[in-house]
Design a binder for this molecule. Structure first.
Ligand code: AMP
Length: 629
């Protein structure tokens, strides 16, 4: 890979940052080198020791098995993740401890203790069971970020049903595709969401999505606005909560699927990533304690949503399994005022926070006067993931957010990987632009397309050499898509990212190797947007690329070839943008639509997005020998 100016600047970086001494001294994981070596030299013993801290109804026969593609953990063991997330806390003195604190944009607050949450989850589980939901059934959850959304996930898990949360910002077409792919018989949805002082009408989206789907037996609506029921299969969430508050959690195999979470791949069909009860619980909890460094008295503010993997692992599951108190907030991080997040940190004495680099860049643009106006001295950790954390944003956050009381930590992972995979611990040195080293239990490397491992300072494909308990088991319905990631270069799991390592072994993740974009930390397949565009009557062909965006990291630009008879004007540009928004949701709507006469293609007919991008950015287009015209 030729070294771009960006890579040269990264490798020339000299400045190293450290967490404050007082923070380092109290860190849960003190000796990375020793722990890492142990985790690799006796991987089974490492994970078995961690797993022994959890409630298992039956012990495992074998810690792990791996045939080069498929991996299984704690086989033979039985548990239910909710026994660990709820019952054991209620029984062991945390009954009255706050589990979840929900904040609304308008300043409202609701919270539940572990005892209250267990009762709510049990009622819902009884309610869902009365609808015929059983072990292995799929339930789609299209809920705004609320306590009820989290409780819906847990209620499914408690029954042994498999939930699939769809971000309540996806449009009807995307929601329908996910309900169909999962074969869900029940959909739990909210009527409205709140964002930027506006209500978002989710009910119409759900109605549109399920209308043609006879396979959906029940639609449960969590009403917050005026009740307007539609249709026979509709039920009221409040009625499910009238069921009894006792429910014995279903004992499931460690390998029993916990959830499906759809993410974008390189085809137009979303990938249903499958995670399981046992290994996922063990691995995500290990990282909550050792990487995010959370302790019993921490106040954790997770700025994500249950629609994303971070919301699964670090709003719902690991924090509850760990018995900590988690704050989450529905709405936009700059509404009602630019200092709102800092007001929350001060008011609640937040000690650890999770956010996306996009948010840091937004705060940076709004200016340091906002964080400077609040007392942020409680804040020990600001964890960032989801997209590259550029050196400038890292430095700014170290200076104005964590200051002399904490540190900013980058961490790299994916929906597929369940939890932090590369990152920098409190006790390690932080180098701007570099995410850090492999977490215990992870073996990562850079390979070229022939499967040769690359030395330091050479970019290539980011690969993993062994599985870990919280890594995906398969892609729902299309296991070959999962298998391909291990089979393309045997011995390596290809993550789809490109990265580089420095001499000290730190990784910097540079972006995607495939046709997937990352817009404000959200993964969007070029194929998803292109297929939405060609579904419009005016469009003959479309190609989509990512263009740099100061805040969002990447924004979407679409090149469109029109069918005969359509006029390339600004009205049609608006119509097409609106159309994609309607099909996929606001996060996937193109920032620019450009009309072109034709698209550059290889002789075999593949669109050369690389060429469009090079032209757009004024870069060298590289090898053009396969270009048809
Ligand atoms: P998702 O599965 O939606 O969480 O997206 C995962 C993708 O986001 C990865 O494959 C990376 O391309 C990107 N990503 C996540 N975390 C980081 C990070 N810390 N630095 C750079 N890229 C990241």
């Amino acid at each position: 890979m030729a070294q771009s100016d960006h890579i040269k600047a990264l490798l020339a970086e000299q400045e190293i940052f450290s967490a404050p001494q007082t923070v380092k001294e109290k860190a849960n994981l003190q000796n990375y080198d020793k722990v890492y070596q142990q985790s690799i030299s006796d991987n089974d013993a490492f994970w078995a020791e961690i797993a022994s801290d959890f409630v298992w109804l039956e012990p495992w026969d074998k810690v792990s098995s791996f045939d080069g593609v498929n991996h299984r953990w704690f086989e033979g063991a039985k548990t239910n993740i909710t026994l660990n997330a709820l019952d054991r806390h209620v029984e062991n003195g945390r009954k009255n401890k706050l589990a979840l604190v929900w904040l609304g944009e308008d300043g409202s607050e609701r919270s539940v203790t572990y005892g209250m949450l267990l009762a709510m989850v049990n009622r819902l589980a009884n309610g869902l069971r009365s609808l015929g939901v059983g072990k292995g059934d799929r339930v789609v959850i299209y809920m705004p970020l609320t306590i009820e959304g989290v409780a819906s996930m847990l209620a499914c898990a408690r029954i042994g049903a498999i939930h699939s949360v769809v971000y309540a910002g996806f449009a009807a077409g995307a929601l329908r595709a996910r309900i169909e792919d999962a074969g869900a018989k029940v959909v739990i949805a909210g009527d409205i969401g709140y964002r930027r002082n506006k209500t978002v009408d989710l009910k119409t989206i759900v109605d549109t999505a399920v209308a043609p789907l006879d396979s959906v037996e029940h639609v449960v609506i969590f009403w917050r606005g005026e009740k307007k029921p539609s249709g026979e299969r509709e039920l009221d969430f409040a009625d499910l909560l009238k069921h009894p508050a006792q429910f014995e959690a279903e004992a499931v195999d460690s390998e029993h699927p916990l959830y499906i979470l759809y993410t974008s791949g390189t085809t137009g069909k979303p990938k249903g990533v499958v995670h399981v009860h046992g290994g996922y619980m063990v691995g995500t909890s290990y990282h909550l304690q050792n990487f995010y460094d959370l302790k019993d008295d921490d106040v954790f503010f997770c700025m994500s949503d249950i629609g994303w993997v971070v919301g699964h692992s670090y709003i719902t599951y690991a924090p509850l399994v760990g018995g900590v108190t988690t704050i989450f907030r529905e709405g936009a991080p700059d509404t009602p005022h630019p200092g709102i997040i800092w007001e929350i940190v001060e008011k609640y004495g937040v000690t650890a926070m999770f956010t996306a680099p996009t948010a840091v860049r937004m705060w940076m643009r709004m200016g340091a006067s906002y964080p400077e106006s609040y007392d942020l001295s409680s804040l020990r950790i600001l964890a960032c993931a989801g997209e590259p954390l550029n050196p400038e944003a890292f430095r700014w956050a170290m200076q104005y957010i964590t200051g002399d009381h904490g540190y900013v930590m980058d961490n790299w992972w994916q929906t597929e990987l369940g939890g932090p995979t590369l990152g920098t611990l409190a006790v390690q040195e932080h180098k701007p632009g570099f995410v850090g080293r492999p977490m215990p239990g992870v073996e990562a490397c850079i390979v070229n397309e022939d499967g040769e491992e690359m030395p330091a300072n050479t970019g290539g494909l980011l690969a993993l050499k062994r599985p870990f308990p919280h890594m995906l088991r398969t892609i729902f319905g299309t296991p070959e898509r999962y298998e391909a990631a291990w089979q393309q270069l045997p011995g390596y799991y290809l993550t789809g990212d490109i990265a580089i390592q420095d001499e000290a072994g730190r990784f910097s993740v540079l972006g995607r190797a495939d046709d997937v974009l990352n817009v404000a930390g959200h993964r969007i397949g070029t194929a998803d947007v292109e297929s939405a565009l060609v579904a419009h009557a005016a469009v003959a062909e479309a190609a989509v690329i990512g263009i740099p965006d100061e805040i969002k990291g990447e924004a979407i630009k679409a090149f469109v070839v029109l069918r005969n008879g359509f006029t390339p004007d600004s009205d049609l540009q608006k119509t097409l943008t609106h159309h994609v928004r309607n099909e996929l949701g606001p996060i996937a709507s193109p920032q620019e639509v450009t009309f072109v006469e034709g698209l550059p293609k290889t002789r075999s007919g593949k669109i050369m997005r690389r060429l469009l991008k090079a032209r757009e950015l004024g870069q060298d287009p590289g090898d053009l020998s396969t270009l048809e015209s």
